[in-house]
Design a protein around this ligand. Structure first.
Ligand code: RIB
Ligand code: CA
Length: 313
C-alpha cells in the first residue's frame, strides 16, 4: 500500500535533495503532485527548478504546479544568498521541457483533497506554508482529508537562521504557519533543532561523490555549493539537511525522537516575527498540536540518504 503524498516546496538546494529521496521511493509513495511556492527564490524560479529536478531524475510524469507567489501579508523575503540567484546553485539551470500544470497549486490541493477519503493524503511542506494555509482558509472541508502534515520549519533551542529568533520558512509567512498549526490535524515538525544535527560534512560529501550516477553527482555539486554558505556563516562542518528530514521520516520514522507539545508562532512583532513559541515542557494547558522532532540518528540518516541516491544507478 503506497502512501499518498503532496510535496509543497521552494527548491531550493535542500528541497532538491528531499525531492531526490522522494522520487527514488515511488514504490512506497504515490506522489500526487509537487506544488511550488515562493520562498528561497521567486515562484517562477521555484516551479522551474522543481521541473528541472524532475527532468534530472527522469520523473517527468510528476505533475508540477505553481502555488502562491507571495506570503499572506508580509512582502516576500527570499534566501538567494544561500541558494543562489536562480535558487539552485550547483547544477545547470535551463528552461525545462516538461510542462507546468495550468491549474493553480492551491486549487489542485483543494480539489485533490476534496476528492479523497478522510485521512488519506500526507502533505509535505518544505517551504513557507502559504499554499496550505490558503487552501485551508478557502476550503476548511479539506482538513479531515489530511492524514498528516510533515513539515520543515521553526526553531526552539537552535535560535533563528534568518533573524536571531526565526527560522526562514516560518519567518517568510508566519500568518500561514499560524493557520496550519491551528488546523487540528496531525502535524510533525522538523525544525532547526533537529536539522542542525544532520550536516553535509566533507566525509558525507565524499560518500555521495563516490556514487556513480547522474543524480548523486548532482546532489554532490548542490551540497558542495550549499555547504559553503552555511560553513561561512555558522562555522559548522557542512550544510544542514533541513528538508530531507521530512522524507527521511516518511521513509524511516524511527530515525527520529519526538515530543508532543504546543507550538505557536509570532506573526507581526517587528523584533520576533516568525519566532516559535514552543511549550516543550508543557507549562500551559494548551493543545499539544505538534509532534516536535528533537533528535535524529545522524549516522542512519545519512545511510538512508546514500541508499536513496544509489537507487538512481
Ligand atoms: O530554514 C530552512 C528552510 O528554509 C529550508 O526549507 C530551506 O529550503 C528554506 O526553505
Ligand atoms: Ca525549502
Amino acid at each position: 500500500m503506497t502512501r499518498k503524498l503532496i510535496l509543497d516546496c521552494d527548491p531550493g538546494q535542500d528541497d532538491a535533495i528531499s525531492l531526490f529521496m522522494a522520487f527514488a521511493a515511488r514504490d512506497r509513495f504515490d506522489i500526487l503532485g509537487v506544488i511550488a511556492v515562493a520562498g528561497n527564490t521567486s515562484l517562477e524560479k521555484t516551479h522551474r527548478n522543481a521541473r528541472i529536478l524532475c527532468e534530472l531524475t527522469q520523473h517527468t510524469d510528476i505533475r508540477v504546479y505553481a502555488g502562491c507567489d507571495a506570503p499572506l501579508h508580509h512582502p516576500l523575503a527570499t534566501a538567494e544568498e544561500v541558494h543562489g540567484r536562480e535558487g539552485l546553485d550547483g547544477i545547470e539551470i535551463y528552461t525545462p521541457q516538461m510542462p507546468l500544470q495550468t491549474q493553480h497549486g492551491v486549487d489542485f490541493l483543494i480539489d485533490t483533497l476534496l476528492g479523497s477519503e478522510d485521512e488519506t493524503i500526507t502533505i509535505v511542506p518544505t517551504g513557507p506554508l502559504t499554499n496550505l494555509a490558503t487552501a485551508l482558509t478557502r476550503q476548511p472541508k479539506i482538513a479531515p482529508k489530511i492524514k498528516e502534515i510533515v513539515l520543515m520549519g521553526g526553531a526552539y533551542r537552535e535560535g533563528g537562521n534568518i533573524t536571531p529568533s526565526a527560522e526562514f520558512n516560518f519567518y517568510v509567512d508566519p500568518h500561514a504557519a499560524q493557520i496550519v498549526l491551528e488546523c487540528e490535524r496531525p502535524i510533525t515538525v522538523f525544525g532547526l533543532d533537529v536539522t542542525h544535527q544532520v550536516l553535509s560534512s566533507p566525509d558525507i560529501l565524499a560518500r555521495i561523490k563516490s556514487i556513480n550516477n547522474k543524480v548523486a553527482q548532482a546532489a554532490h555539486q548542490i551540497l558542495q555549493d550549499y555547504s559553503r554558505f552555511e560553513i561561512d556563516r555558522y562555522g559548522i562542518d557542512g550544510g544542514p539537511l533541513h528538508d530531507p528530514c521530512t522524507m527521511a521520516y516518511l521513509l524511516q520514522e524511527d530515525l527520529f525522537e519526538f515530543k508532543q507539545c504546543n507550538l505557536r508562532v509570532e506573526a507581526d512583532s517587528p523584533l520576533a516575527r516568525g519566532h516559535c513559541v514552543l511549550d516543550f515542557w508543557n507549562t500551559k494547558p494548551l493543545p499539544k498540536n505538534v509532534k516536535w522532532a528533537h533528535h535524529v540518528n545522524h549516522e542512519k540518516f545519512f545511510d538512508l540518504l546514500i541508499t536513496q541516491l544509489e537507487k538512481y544507478s
